[in-house]
Design a protein around this ligand. Structure first.
Ligand code: LMR
Length: 329
């Protein structure tokens, strides 16, 4: 009699434990970024949410906050370190205060095309850079592409002297600051969310960004000319709070790693296409004249911006720069 009662109690307790486990709240991952959904990074964040919740039903919930709706430039990194947000994918231009070598991605005309960017990011040196901020409890999980930066203003920018005296919005990056000073222009650091209004009110006269960022933020409506310079890069590092990530249950962490690897392939495969579509929509809108450069004209911009390399070679590391240059075939 006693044995049956004991068995019944143990059985009931095991159901309770299982029941509690299954009823346990899902891990909530807050993923914040500063761009619109219809951009490479915006699509990547939504695909990550979709696949993570499909593969880990009831165990993981991903809340995506686009367009600086949770944290914007200047606040997102502190929020990540404090654990108020769990994943970000900031532009590689926004890490200079956390790891100087990451400034390499801002060197003008460093990469010939996105294929070269990809080769460098996937190389041993590029993968090593994912760990460059670990001393700040920031772990790089992946690189996501956007594309090459174009130049814009309300006057045609055909040769470097055309930029003289103009105020250009730049990301919070010393390299980009120096890039415009080399043109004898006036750089103005400004968060991404303020670019449209800054240009509309004349606080700044011009800026640089990718086609998808221009179009998704309607920046083309306040810029009469975009010069197709492809002079620099806007790419992203998907980052997380290392403590948060390492504290995840091992099976959840390994599944999320697989999801992220799949999402990264998709983001990087479609980034060029999304930027091409944005360029076409800008042309169609008729708001902005797109100026293309002859090889000789482009060489003049490259030469004018070249002094930036010398200024940052020591901070970034000459050998790292050589490795990045070698990614150009
Ligand atoms: C910018 O600030 O212009 C970009 O970093 C925005 C983005 O994340 O693409």
């Amino acid at each position: 009699m006693f044995k049956n009662t004991l068995k019944a109690i143990v059985c009931a307790m095991s159901f309770t434990v299982v029941g509690l486990a299954q009823a346990a709240e899902p891990v909530v991952i807050k993923f914040a970024h500063v761009v619109a959904d219809n951009t490479p990074k915006g699509q990547g964040a939504l695909l990550f949410k979709k696949l993570a919740e499909e593969r880990l039903p009831g165990r993981v919930k991903v809340d995506v906050y686009p367009n600086s709706s949770l944290f914007g430039d200047g606040k997102e990194m502190d929020a990540l370190m404090l654990g108020d947000v769990h994943m970000l994918a900031p532009s590689l231009s926004k890490f200079e205060h956390y790891a100087k070598p990451l400034q390499i991605f801002d060197l003008p005309f460093l990469f010939d095309d996105m294929a070269a960017v990809d080769r460098f990011q996937q190389s041993e040196a590029g993968q090593e850079l994912l760990k460059a901020m670990l001393h700040k409890n920031i772990l790089g999980l992946a690189y996501w592409h956007n594309g090459m930066r174009q130049l814009s203003a309300n006057k045609p920018l055909r040769e470097p002297r055309d930029a003289r005296g103009l105020k250009f919005r730049v990301q919070a990056s010393a390299v980009l600051d120096e890039q415009f000073k080399a043109l004898r222009a006036i750089p103005r650091k400004m968060s991404f969310a303020e670019v449209y209004q800054g240009l509309q009110t004349g606080v700044v006269n011009g800026t640089e960004n990718t086609w998808s960022n221009y179009e998704s933020q309607k920046v083309n409506e306040v810029q009469k000319y975009i010069t197709e310079s492809n002079h620099g890069l806007i790419d992203y590092m998907v980052i997380t709070n290392a403590q948060f990530w390492n504290d995840l249950p091992e099976d959840i962490r390994s599944e999320l790693k697989e999801v992220l690897a799949e999402v990264s392939v998709e983001v990087n495969r479609h980034a060029d296409e999304l930027n091409a579509q944005s360029r076409a929509r800008i042309l169609e809108a008729g708001t902005t004249e797109i100026l293309t450069l002859t090889p000789e004209e482009r060489a003049e911009w490259r030469e004018a911006m070249q002094p930036v390399w010398q200024k940052f070679s020591k901070e970034i590391g000459a050998d790292l720069i050589e490795k990045a240059k070698a990614s150009n075939l």
